[in-house]
Design a protein around this ligand. Sequence first.
Ligand code: PLP
Length: 354
Amino acid sequence: MIPFTKQAIVGQEYAYMLRSCRYSTDFITKCEKLLGDIFQNEVLLTNSGTSALEIAALLLNINSEDEVIVPAFTHPASASAFAKLGARIVFADVTEDTLNIDPLAVRDLITSHTKAIVPVHYNGVVCNIAALQTLHIDIVEDNAHGLFQYSKDYEGYLGMFGRLSATSFHSTKNYQCQEGGALFLNYNYDMFRAKCIRDNGTDRHLLGIVPAYTWVEMGSRYMPAEMLAAYFYAQLEMREVIANRRKKAWDYYYDNLGFLSLPVKQLSSHHIFYFLAENKIDRDAILKKLTDAGITAVFHYQPLNKSKMGLTFGEQHCPVAENVADRIVRLPLYYDLTYKQQDYIIEVLWKVQS
Ligand SMILES: Cc1ncc(COP(=O)(O)O)c(C=O)c1O
């Protein structure tokens, strides 16, 4: 069976893990420094992308008076981080060309209660940030898919455009350590509170300056494990190798699958290779035929506005998200996927379509 995804182990991951120590934060600090230097902002490593979003929600003091606008086509974590503090989640539709949040839909959803907008850069294709910035509402980028993706339009990396940005190092991501993430802080004034929130709401990071740490605000255990940070540092060292390999595999699909309904090619992180089937019946039939041929292809997010939890915020309509959720097919894409395997997948798809 060709798996859908596979963890890339490409450098010193195991060696660094053996060197890491329970009572040190050397690798956490090294990862934060490397990322901070590249992105020219403050970076806090966390134990997941979800945790990074939860810290963002606490930093914005989200409460039950607030509304937060989230795309309907995303992972539940983009919404739940804010919902758990009492916010009403308002779902915005996405555009079919990128599967990113539709700024026109967002504009129509703004009220005096809107506290934040959470654009997700699907597959690391940049959202229409300029249009969102004109709304003058705090932006929390959910950049789980797009670490290290540069945007020519905005002359910066994804994750540098909002007040805050979260990314994920979950084992399915391009650069991973099984479970991990980071919060990017684009304003220094968020830093002190963010550090406290990450460490159970304490000012433990001041130890050495203060004689004892104390509980200063709401937080939780969002710190990453040093051993996983050690693993992740090795991935960071190999980031160009990983990015190049994924790009080659992505381009190979793109150049050979022109008979499918592919998204327009644009700058992306090559996190996902997808196409859209005609409808749900066709999509499910394609997935079944691929499975029968030993290929694990999958669909993706279910529209959050139609989910059990999403419906607790009232009926909301996001027709594009609902439609693409029924039609999307994601193909295997990982570091050591071979051209031979890709040729086989392409051949099976060709037979399925003809
Ligand atoms: C768009 C998006 N946001 C947030 C998350 C949550 O990240 P994590 O799994 O690291 O908690 C994911 C998960 O994969 C995701 O796809």
